[in-house]
Design a protein around this ligand. Structure first.
Ligand SMILES: Cc1cc2nc3c(=O)[nH]c(=O)nc-3n(C[C@H](O)[C@H](O)[C@H](O)COP(=O)(O)O)c2cc1C
Length: 208
C-alpha cells in the first residue's frame, strides 16, 4: 500500500497558491492510488522549536546511552522522522520567502536531518539514508526566477531543497514551480493563472 506524506508550509491557507496546488496533487494521487494512504503534515500548525545544544548532544549520543531528558529532547524529531520513513512518496508545498524556504520548513528540516537516521558519515563520506523515496516540490514565487532571467541567482529555494534532500538520500525529485504569483495581487484572474499549473501538477501526480 503506497503512502504519501503531504507537507505544506504556506501561512496563507485559502489564499496560498502552493497549498492549492498540493491539494490538487493529493486529490489526483488518491484517484490514481486507490489503495494508497495520505498523511498530512501542516507545518504552520505544528509548533517546531529550533534545535538546541541539548538536542544536538542527544542526537550524537548513541540511542542506547540516551538519558530520559535526551530522549525527550528528540521526541518531536523522532515522530517527524517516523512519518518520513514510513512514506514512499512526498509532496511539499513551498512558498518562496525572502528568496529561500519559509522558516517553518527550515525548522522541520533541522529536526529531520539526523545523524544515524537520515544521514551518516560512517566511512568518512556523507551517505543519505532516506533511500527509495520520491519527492515532488511544488514551489510558488511572487517573482519570476526562470534560469534565463536576471533574478535566477536569487532563487535559493530549489537549489537548497535539491542539495539538502540529496544529502539525505532523496534523489528522485521533481520541482514544479508557479512563478509570478504577485500578478494575482494586481488583478490577474486566479483561475486563469492557476489553470496551467494545475494541469502540470495533475499530470505529474497521475504519472508517478
Ligand atoms: C514573508 C514573505 C516573503 C516573501 N518573499 C518573496 C521573495 O523573496 N521573492 C518572491 O518572489 N516572492 C516572495 N514572496 C511572495 C511569495 O513567494 C508568493 O506570494 C507565493 O505565492 C507564496 O506562496 P503561497 O501563495 O503558497 O503562500 C514573499 C511572501 C511572503 C509572505
Amino acid at each position: 500500500m503506497p503512502k504519501l506524506l503531504h507537507i505544506d508550509s504556506s501561512p496563507l491557507y485559502g489564499r496560498s497558491v502552493s497549498r492549492q496546488l498540493t491539494g490538487a496533487f493529493v486529490a489526483q494521487w488518491e484517484a490514481s492510488h486507490p489503495n494508497g494512504t495520505v498523511l498530512d503534515r501542516d507545518l504552520n500548525a505544528t509548533p517546531i522549536p529550533p534545535v538546541t545544544g541539548e538536542w544536538v548532544g542527544a542526537a550524537y549520543t548513541p540511542e542506547e546511552a540516551r538519558s530520559p531528558e535526551q530522549k525527550k529532547a528528540l521526541a518531536l524529531s523522532d515522530s517527524l522522522l517516523a512519518e518520513l520513513e514510513e512514506a514512499d512518496e512526498y509532496v511539499f508545498g513551498v512558498p518562496m520567502h525572502n528568496f529561500g524556504v519559509p522558516s517553518v520548513l527550515k525548522l522541520w528540516i533541522d529536526q529531520i536531518a539526523r545523524v544515524g537516521r537520515t544521514f551518516s558519515y560512517a566511512d568518512g563520506t556523507p551517505k543519505g539514508l532516506l533511500t527509495g523515496k520520491k519527492a515532488t516540490f511544488i514551489i510558488a514565487t511572487g517573482g519570476n526566477y526562470d534560469p534565463q532571467t536576471q533574478m535566477a541567482s536569487f532563487n535559493f529555494v530549489e537549489p537548497y531543497l535539491r542539495s539538502v534532500f540529496g544529502f539525505l538520500g532523496v534523489t528522485d525529485v521533481t520541482f514544479l514551480t508557479a512563478g509570478g504569483t504577485a500578478a494575482l495581487n494586481y488583478g490577474q484572474d486566479r483561475d486563469a493563472f492557476l489553470a496551467p499549473h494545475l494541469q502540470v501538477v495533475q499530470t505529474h501526480a497521475q504519472a508517478i
